[in-house]
Design a protein around this ligand. Structure first.
Ligand code: 1GP
Length: 244
């Protein structure tokens, strides 16, 4: 069976063969109007996205089930949960980024939420993908910082960012996610992306504050295996059309 993680590994090993680099559209269920879901799905289907991520810092659980079911009806892309806490788990999705906020020192987001999620996950068939989640300073306080009550890593301390990613890999995480935070003023720098991607062996996800279509390619070229776009698409459903 080809799992979502194996597909990411394959794309990392041979990006040319997979046709395009990976791109996820992040949908925050709290910001989606289910009455307009058909237009949203149509736009996703026209976009170069390869994955849909679903999640947010604060989300009511019942909306997630409904949103995932609606997307599944008209869109064949894999749906990966990107949960802020265990209440955001839906067995209707395909996989879950099992995040540990390894840049922070709040034990709730390092291990407590994960322990509490286990009984819920055991009842699902979700593919669980252990992910080292690293929040990087981006010019202003972001929702992740506020909700997790953790400080992001300084963007000037690149060695420490790299060490954090490498510690994640050594702990057995299968993905590293460099996060500037949703709606961040400044996305993660290409320099940091290149440094991390060249010094870890697992796939690298990059997201937060990417608002310019042409930056997607630059971020891929810097070393990201999967780029995440949330706010830019949320604010403008023609984000991908306009720039193609
Ligand atoms: C947030 O990385 C994602 O967790 C996406 O961020 O909403 O800024 O695109 P944006």
């Amino acid at each position: 069976m080809s799992t979502i993680y194996n597909q990411i590994l394959k794309a990392k090993a041979n990006p040319e063969a997979s046709g395009e680099k990976l791109l996820a559209i992040l949908l925050d269920p709290d910001k989606i109007d289910l009455d307009n879901i058909h237009r949203l799905i149509e736009k996703i289907n026209q976009s170069p996205a390869t994955h849909i991520f679903v999640g947010g810092s604060i989300v009511r659980a019942n909306i997630i089930d409904e949103l995932v079911s609606e997307i599944k009806k008209n869109c064949g892309l894999p749906i990966v949960l990107f949960p802020g806490n265990p209440s955001q788990i839906s067995d209707k999705a395909d996989a879950i980024l099992f995040l540990s906020l390894i840049s922070g020192r709040n034990s709730d987001y390092l291990i407590e939420h994960q322990v509490n999620a286990v009984p819920i996950l055991k009842k699902t068939n979700l593919e669980v993908i252990p992910t080292g989640y690293i929040l990087i300073e981006s010019g202003a306080e972001t929702a992740v910082e506020r909700v997790s009550k953790t400080k992001p890593l300084s963007r000037n301390n690149q060695e420490y960012i790299l060490q954090t990613a490498q510690a994640g890999e050594m702990l057995g995480k299968k993905l590293i996610y460099l996060e500037a935070g949703s709606g961040a003023k400044v996305s993660v720098s290409k320099e940091i992306i290149t440094l991390v991607s060249q010094n870890i062996n697992i796939p690298l996800i990059v997201g937060g504050g990417i608002t310019d279509f042409s930056d997607i390619e630059k971020i891929h070229n810097a070393g990201a295996d999967l780029v995440v776009i949330g706010t830019a698409f949320e604010n403008n459903l023609n984000f991908f059309n306009q720039n193609l």
